[in-house]
Structure formats: C-alpha cells, structure tokens
Write a protein that binds this ligand. Structure first.
Ligand code: NDP
Length: 395
C-alpha cells in the first residue's frame, strides 16, 4: 500500500493516472499535480468514470523546488513519477533529495536553452541519492525504458555475446491531422532536428539530421523507412551491455511529416531562441507547440499500430543469432481502455510498472539507475500483464 505523486497531466500523465488506479493494491493513494490544475481535474474525472477511483489533484510549478517540496511534505508520497517535461527533471530530483522521496522519469534532462540531452546532469546526483538512501529510476518509458529492458533480456536469456543492437521505432498509425507530434511537440521537434549520433567501438559518430535511413519490416505494420537519430538510451546501454560493438536508434517518418518539418525548419519555426515580434519576445517553437494538436487529444481519431523493438545480433551456443524483440500496440485499443493514443500508452504503462516494482521492492536500490541494470524478466512479466505484450522474431 503506497502513495504516489504523479507530476504532469499531459498525454502520458493521463495514462499513468489510469494505470495506477487499476492497481489499488500497490497504489492505494494517488495525487496528480501539474501546472494547469484543470487538466489534472479532467483526468481525475475520467479516472473516476472508468476505474471508479478518486484521485487528489493539485496545481504545481515543478520548476519551483520549494513548491514541490511543500507539496511532497503535504502529501508524503513514497514515490514521485515525473511525466512533465525533461526541463523539470533536475528541479524534481532536488525536491526528492530534500524530502527523501524516490523518483522515476521517462525522459532525460535537457537545458531549455540548448537542444541537447545527456545523462551527465542526472548522473551527477548518483552519490547524493545513494547517501540519502533514495532511488532514481531514469527512463522508465518505452524508448528509453522497455527498449533498455529488451536489451537486458537479450543479454541474460538469448545471447552469449551481443555484438550490435539497432533500436527500431515505428508508428504505423494515422491520426488524420496534416501534421502533429505524438508527444510534447516542443520536445519531439527538438529531438528529431538534432544531428544524428550512434556509438561504435567506444566512440560516438555524428551524422547530419535524418541523413541515414534503412527500410525495415516492422511486425504487424510492414516495411517502413526509418531514419537514424540520436536517442538517450544509447548513452547508458553502450556502458551496460557487455561486449557491445555498435548501437544505433532508428525512427520511421512518413513523407508528409518530413515535408512539413522541412518547411517549418526552413522558415525558422523550429528555432528555440527568442525572436522579437512587435516588442514581444517569443521562441518560434513554443508558438508552434501552441498551434499544433495537443498529443493528449489525438487518440479519438487514431487508427493503426506502433511497432517498436530491438534488433540484436550476436552469438548463442557458438552460432550467429539475430533476434528482434518487440511490442505492437494498437491506437484504437488503447483509446478504448484509457482514452489515450498508443504513444502515450506505451510510455505510461512502463512508467507505472517501473513504479510498481520500486514500491514493492522488486526494483529498488539507492542511487541513480537505468532500466537495464535490473533483472529483466519480472519487469517484462508485469508489462505483459498490464497491457503491453511482447514477442520475439528470429531472423
Ligand atoms: P505533454 O506536453 O502532453 O504533457 C506535459 C505535461 O507537463 C503538461 O500537463 C504540462 O502542463 C506539464 N508541465 C510542463 N511544465 C510544467 C511545470 N513547470 N510544472 C508542472 N507541470 C508542467 O507531454 P507528454 O505527456 O506527451 O510527455 C510527457 C513526458 O513523457 C515528456 O517528458 C516526454 O519527453 C516523455 N515521453 C517519453 C517517452 C518514452 O518512451 N520514454 C515517449 C513519449 C514521451 P501544461 O498542461 O500546463 O502545459
């Protein structure tokens, strides 16, 4: 029996609230806090209608450490689940340190004024979390998150030696809008307009943004073109998977999406620095975010599936092996269950499972940790049981 504080009431926050409410034996009390309280209240209404449980809602500016510590002291949660934005990670970790509260997130910190995400800022908390006897679980979403656990499972159960890993992410769905992002538009566009980067034999290799592509046959979706991107799980997996020689990340985009993105970039609408508009300072990407559909509202019209997994190459019993470990998730099914599209769902379910495992001491160790640093099997069993079944395809 434990109390959880969920911070962030967007697409992912809504899923986490529903999924926690479905497990009252672990999450006996739920508090949902976010910048705009009305969004928390709307989620609370939906959770009451669907799951028959009440959750407490609060207004919170998570950039304000004193406000968060005040809220933590008021409610005394056992764990804080951060599903706000990466900008809030360090402020929330500071509040957790000050109050001795465990922490979990799904996206690594990036500074608001620089489109660059790295774990170095969060790794700097390792010693302090250890000394305080509290835990931070980083990247408990799908990618990062489940992809890290798939790699740990491959290492423990499927391979004697892993040589290469390619993480392949396909959203084969259609939301019916000319252009929309499946999670926070600002964070999403910052991520995919960066230079590509992958790790090979101890060094990082950079590529032009979206310059490299491959066609891959995604289970239950079919052949799609995927583009090489930098993604945060590469940074921890290249350290934690033994003997690894290369790791890359690929994501699919349709032609219409890429054309929109190119035009927006060319006219400066993806810029993160502020420009002067009649004496008002505005960052074009924030204006763009305000104009684009809210990811939390996409579910209603979404059809099709996501298909995401890890293609692992290596040796088993002296023979070469190539295995794709993956999950397929249907947008319409997740909308029926929790009123959200599959990208929010595939992030919110692992966040909930990670939280369950911390709160029941199956995945709890003081310090700052990644998903692949724990036993993969119990996590994957729970993931399957909570709505995200996974499969293996041998090449
Ligand atoms: P949304 O933009 O839909 O939701 C973000 C929420 O955070 C909003 O409710 C927003 O409030 C709130 N918020 C923003 N700033 C603050 C603040 N200072 N204080 C309190 N609340 C704040 O994003 P998503 O739900 O789509 O994504 C949530 C997180 O999940 C992101 O960090 C994203 O990167 C991550 N993610 C991870 C994935 C993975 O697989 N690992 C995949 C997809 C997403 P307001 O309503 O006022 O704007």
């Amino acid at each position: 029996m434990s109390k959880v504080l969920i911070v962030g009431a967007g697409g992912v926050g809504g899923v986490v609230a529903h999924k926690c409410a479905q497990v009252p034996e672990v999450f006996s009390e739920i508090v949902l806090a976010s910048r705009t309280k009305s969004r928390c209240d709307a989620i609370a209404d939906r959770v009451r209608a669907r799951e028959g449980r009440g959750i407490v809602t609060e207004s919170l500016d998570a950039d304000n450490v004193a406000q968060t510590t005040g809220l933590i002291r008021k409610h005394q949660p056992d764990l804080l689940i951060n599903v706000a934005l990466p900008y809030q990670d360090l402020h929330l970790m500071d509040a957790c340190l000050e109050t001795g509260t465990d922490y979990l997130d799904t996206a690594n910190y990036e500074p608001p004024d620089e489109a660059k995400f790295e774990y170095k800022w969060q790794w700097a908390y390792r010693e302090r979390f250890e000394q305080a006897g509290i835990m931070a679980l980083l990247g408990s979403g799908f990618d990062p998150g489940v992809t890290n656990v798939f790699c740990a499972y491959a290492q423990a159960e499927l391979f004697d030696e892993i040589e290469t890993i390619d993480i392949l992410d396909c959203n084969g769905g259609d939301h019916g809008h000319p252009f929309a992002t499946n999670f926070n538009p600002e964070i999403n566009i910052r991520e995919i307009t960066q230079r590509g980067r992958y790790w090979e034999r101890g060094r990082w290799i950079e590529t032009e943004p979206l310059a490299e592509s491959r066609v891959f046959d995604f289970p239950e979706v079919g052949e799609r073109k995927a583009y090489l991107l930098y993604h945060e799980e590469l940074e921890s997996l290249c350290q934690n998977i033994r003997g690894l020689q290369r790791i890359r990340f690929w994501m699919t985009f349709g032609e219409a999406y890429l054309t929109h993105l190119r035009v927006l970039e060319n006219v400066g609408m993806t810029r993160i620095d502020e420009v002067d508009v009649d004496g008002v300072k505005v960052a074009p990407i924030k204006l763009l975010k305000a104009l684009l559909p809210d990811p939390a509202t996409l579910g209603e019209t979404y059809t099709g599936k996501t298909s995401i997994g890890c293609l692992v190459n290596g040796i088993k019993d002296g023979k070469r092996r190539e295995t794709f470990i993956y999950n397929v998730c249907d947008h319409a099914e997740t909308y029926k269950e929790v009123g959200a599209q599959a990208v929010s769902y595939t992030t919110g379910v692992p966040a909930t499972v990670g939280a369950m495992m911390m709160l029941t001491n199956q995945r709890r160790r003081p310090g700052v940790h990644h998903m692949e640093q724990f036993d993969a099997k119990p996590f994957l069993e729970q993931l399957q049981a909570r709505g995200l079944p996974w499969s293996i395809r041998e090449s």
